[in-house]
Design a protein around this ligand. Structure first.
Ligand SMILES: Cc1cc2nc3c(=O)[nH]c(=O)nc-3n(C[C@H](O)[C@H](O)[C@H](O)COP(=O)(O)OP(=O)(O)OC[C@H]3O[C@@H](n4cnc5c(N)ncnc54)[C@H](O)[C@@H]3O)c2cc1C
Length: 425
């Protein structure tokens, strides 16, 4: 006899129990909507669980917390609001049924295959790390090559040392935080190597993780070869001239560990298979002012939508998205009346990609330039409607703009652009 697969029906299914998923679930559950949060890990919290340093929550909780503390508070909020959790359970498929409901296929060792039918789905699957293969670093393939996040998990969750002397590729926040973490664990950090002419991480992390420990940062340099048969024995590093390594000036660093911190990729395979259209500039979904994707009922927030610098913004964005989920469940029409929002000069992207005329909207951006005198402007139908001075602009730091509904009344495309104010630089 064929065994039937168990099907559960719910208002809201949240995929991912990191900061984004927990924040969204707290909002929908508090409003009385049946909500389940599904995560492939055995505990909630997502990437925060392994981020044992402090620096989280200054904006959202108005105090400085460690990653696990922030995660615990978010979990309590969602649980107390009435959200249910399905952990050690991976969503392997998401699709739209003919009756408009969304169906998730969930796989777990405990329950086998289950189906969940939801009226709305929040994508909150976070990111995975780019690795050596993504940036095609030449050399042998010995042990001792890690992504920064996997080395962080090894140290902070499993309590094991990845090696004794390390070089780190990439000066993003994860790489910087790992430089300090390795040093604290007695591992020598010989260099951080960065291809850009400026650091990719937050300034506070450059100071607290490199300067305070005298760890050298090689800007506009690249690791051009990895050596070692069974275990990493060293790397060659070369300066970049017009983006190409100058091999005449390469130098060698002995080390047994190499960490790659070279960017994050939003985990959107499930979304793509469900027909969700992605934004090439973010790797996340294209979303309207409701944070709703092109597939009605599927919403997206947090790092799976675009890579955030601070978890506080992740939690806030997911709460906004969840508020829109509630409106849609209450019968508000889909985004028929939205108008497009686009990123102009010196901005990599804008999220969300549209707005509702007359409704207050928070937009997020990544700058493409470095300046201490930035001017962020918004034009609607070619006419400037808003401007803000931004004293500190770095690609590592997200920018936001909160536009009042009264400004968003005209017709046409909303275009944001960022300029350097020459007189102050
Ligand atoms: C090393 C590091 C240091 C950081 N330092 C700071 C800092 O000092 N201050 C700060 O504010 N922010 C910091 N951040 C950023 C912040 O932690 C993240 O922006 C935020 O936690 C991301 O939350 P998220 O919910 O979007 O994603 P995640 O936390 O990645 O959660 C996604 C969850 O989805 C689950 N999932 C994915 N796919 C599936 C599936 N198919 N089925 C079931 N579950 C799935 C994953 O298991 C995971 O639990 C740091 C990040 C890192 C990595």
């Amino acid at each position: 006899m064929m065994e039937t697969i168990q099907t559960t029906t719910i208002d809201v299914a949240v995929i991912g129990a990191g900061a984004a998923g927990l924040s969204a679930a707290a909002v929908t559950a508090a409003a009385g909507r049946s909500t389940v949060v599904i995560d492939r890990e055995g505990m909630t919290g997502g990437i925060l669980r392994q981020c044992i340093h402090n620096g989280f929550g200054l904006r959202y909780f108005k105090e400085e917390l460690t990653g696990p503390e922030f995660a615990q508070r978010m979990f309590v909020k969602a649980r107390d609001a009435g959200a249910r959790f399905q952990l050690d359970a991976t969503v392997t498929e998401l699709k739209k049924l003919e009756d408009g409901k969304l169906q998730l296929q969930v796989l777990s060792a405990k329950d086998g295959v289950q189906l969940i039918e939801a009226r709305a789905v929040v994508l909150a699957m976070g990111c995975r790390e780019r690795n050596r293969g993504n940036i095609a670093t030449p050399g042998t393939r010995p042990a001792g090559v890690f992504t920064a996040g996997s080395a962080q998990k090894l140290l902070n969750i499993e309590g094991r040392l990845p090696g004794t002397s390390a070089v780190i590729v990439g000066s993003g926040d994860i790489g910087l935080i790992m430089a300090r973490r390795l040093r604290w664990s007695g591992i020598e950090v010989k260099a951080v190597v960065e291809i850009m002419p400026y650091p990719s991480g937050l300034t506070r992390n450059i100071v607290q993780c490199l300067h305070d420990f005298n760890i050298p940062l090689w800007l506009e340099h690249s690791v051009v070869r990895i050596y070692g048969k069974d275990r990493v024995e060293g790397v060659d590093v070369a300066p970049l001239v017009n983006g190409m390594p100058d091999m005449e000036k390469k130098f060698h660093i002995d080390c047994d560990t190499l960490l790659f911190s070279v960017g994050l990729i939003p985990e959107n395979e499930l979304a793509v298979n469900a027909g969700v259209q992605l934004n090439p500039a973010t790797g996340g979904a294209m979303v309207d002012a409701n944070y709703e994707t092109n597939v009605p009922g599927i919403f997206s927030a947090g790092n799976v939508l675009h890579v955030h610098d601070l978890v506080d913004f992740v939690a806030e964005e997911a709460a906004r998205a969840a508020a829109m989920v509630l409106k849609r469940l209450d019968g508000e029409d889909a985004a028929a009346t939205t108008q497009p929002a686009t990123a102009g000069a010196n901005l990599k992207y804008v999220v969300p990609n549209s707005f509702f005329p007359g409704r207050r909207t928070v937009f997020s951006f990544r700058p493409l330039i470095v300046t201490d005198n930035g001017l962020l402007t918004a034009t609607l139908g070619g006419k400037e409607i808003w401007r803000k001075r931004v004293p500190f602009v770095r690609p590592a730091e997200m920018l936001t703009a909160e536009l009042d509904g009264a400004l968003l009344t005209g017709d046409g495309e909303l275009v944001f652009k960022l300029e350097k104010e020459a007189s102050h630089d």
